[in-house]
Write a protein that binds this ligand. Structure first.
Ligand SMILES: *Cc1c(COP(=O)(O)O)cnc(C)c1O
Length: 436
């Protein structure tokens, strides 16, 4: 039984936190107390105990324009005073219509309609269901899905099924549908993999191919060749396989272009968007698709309807936040910030990759990932992060390594001084006697 939590001191609150709240990706025993955040501004988190932490990973890759961004805050406040929410079947509203228009104005020309949901995982569920029902509506039996090795698409069942079968999803393996996985060019000859892929799609029973374009986030910011992906998409195309780009992490300027798919010649049929969509302020997912995909749903027969929706589909507050974030994103200032961060990363890469404890460095736009040399295999469960995470926090920097890979995905507004503090923390670690 709980009791109402009145205003309490930090210590009291943390006791209640332990008692009442179950946190994501966090063991129920053996983990430290969570850090109590009282406010945040720009790239800085202000803790209740007075400490200030630089958010070098944009709070799980969502924040673009800084915390408590005034333009986004005003848009949310204004929207809350006129329409906070309304069901989205049979009703519509300006913030959603505007946002769909905004998204389609920057997505590739083949994108034609937007379906809203609540987060990255649901944007992927929607994409998978949209692709599978496309074939069902067409009365064609295509029920296999191809995904890339090491992918991460979220934590709901469909999203887990198309992701890497790792320790995080092990309890659910018996319930996950079968997926064909294709290795990345770093693991095998690219030509061999393309041939393998062609062999699969030529069988005629593949419904869709899903991928994180060009850089896989949770796999450790693993970059791969856009030309190779272009080849796979073109072979999928030739065999009518629906291509789904999961741009949940890569979207909204993160890779230096608006979408990672902007580096591709062949445009995907479906896009999954979330994370940066609201600038990191409110949860929202969006799945866009081509006109061709909708055609299979354009039918008098009610059974061909896409019967999918969420209570908070296209929440007006989230849409208003996304439109405000979009204003900022297309401003020249934001582009300058992205270029500035990217140039700073290019410089730091040169310095750090020479260090004898560094295995490799990946840099793409406002993403920098440093792989430390380690005796253990690279994985989420790699012990390294248990040492690295508190080390960086003690230096006032939030970096949450994926195993022995430390990555920086900052809000674009992070200042040069703040970036220096982040770099210094990493240098301190490399120069310390601690071993991963
Ligand atoms: C984070 C992520 C997701 C899942 O998004 P949630 O909002 O956490 O459900 C899906 N795909 C990719 C590529 C991601 O990085």
């Amino acid at each position: 039984m709980g009791e109402r939590v009145e205003e309490k001191s930090g210590i009291d609150l943390l006791t209640k936190d332990r008692q009442y709240v179950w946190h994501p990706f966090t063991p129920l025993v053996g983990s430290e107390d969570n850090l109590l955040v009282s406010s945040a501004k720009g790239a800085k988190l202000h803790l209740e105990d007075g400490r200030v932490i630089i958010d070098a990973i944009a709070s799980w890759w969502v924040n673009l324009h800084g915390h408590a961004n005034p333009h986004i805050a005003r848009a949310i406040a204004r929207q809350a005073q006129s329409l906070e929410h309304v069901m989205f079947a049979g009703f519509t509203h300006e913030p959603a219509i505007q946002l769909a228009g905004n998204l389609l104005s920057v997505l590739p020309d083949n994108q034609d309609k937007v379906f809203f949901s609540d987060n990255g995982s649901t944007s992927v569920e929607v994409a998978l269901k949209m692709a599978l029902q496309f074939w069902h509506n067409r009365r064609q039996s295509r029920n296999r899905i191809i995904a890339l090795d090491g992918g991460y698409h979220g934590d709901t069942f469909g999203a887990m099924a198309v992701g890497e079968r790792g320790p995080f999803t092990k309890p659910f393996w018996p319930y996950l549908f079968e997926v064909e996985y294709i290795g990345l060019p770093s693991e095998k000859e690219p030509e061999e993999l393309i041939a393998e892929f062609e062999g699969l799609v030529e069988k005629g029973d593949v419904a869709a191919f899903i991928f994180e374009p060009i850089i896989q986030g949770a796999a450790g910011m693993r970059q791969y060749s856009s030309a190779w992906l272009d080849n796979l998409i073109s072979s999928a195309r030739a065999n009518d396989v629906i291509c789904i780009a999961d741009e949940v992490m890569t979207g909204f300027g993160r890779t230096g272009r608006f979408f990672a798919s902007d580096f591709l010649r062949n445009k995907p049929d479906i896009f999954c968007l979330s994370k940066g969509i609201t600038g990191g302020s409110l949860p929202l997912g969006a799945t866009s698709c081509t006109r061709d995909i909708q055609q299979a749903y354009h039918h008098q027969d009610l059974h061909k309807t896409f019967f999918h929706g969420h209570s908070y589909t296209a929440n007006p507050l989230a849409c208003a936040a996304a439109n405000a974030s979009f204003d900022l994103l297309i401003s020249p200032e934001c582009q300058r910030d992205i270029d500035r961060v990217s140039a700073s990363f290019a410089n730091f890469k040169k310095t750090v990759q020479a260090h004898d404890r560094v295995q490799s460095v990946t840099h793409m736009g406002a993403i920098l990932a440093i792989e430390f040399k380690s005796n253990q295999q690279t994985s989420y469960i790699n012990e390294a992060r248990h040492e690295l995470y508190p080390f960086f926090l003690s230096k006032g920097v939030l970096l949450r390594p994926l195993g022995n890979i430390v990555y920086i995905i900052p809000p674009y507004v992070i200042s040069d001084e703040e970036l220096s503090l982040v770099y210094n923390a990493i240098q301190d670690y490399l120069d310390s006697s601690q071993q991963v």
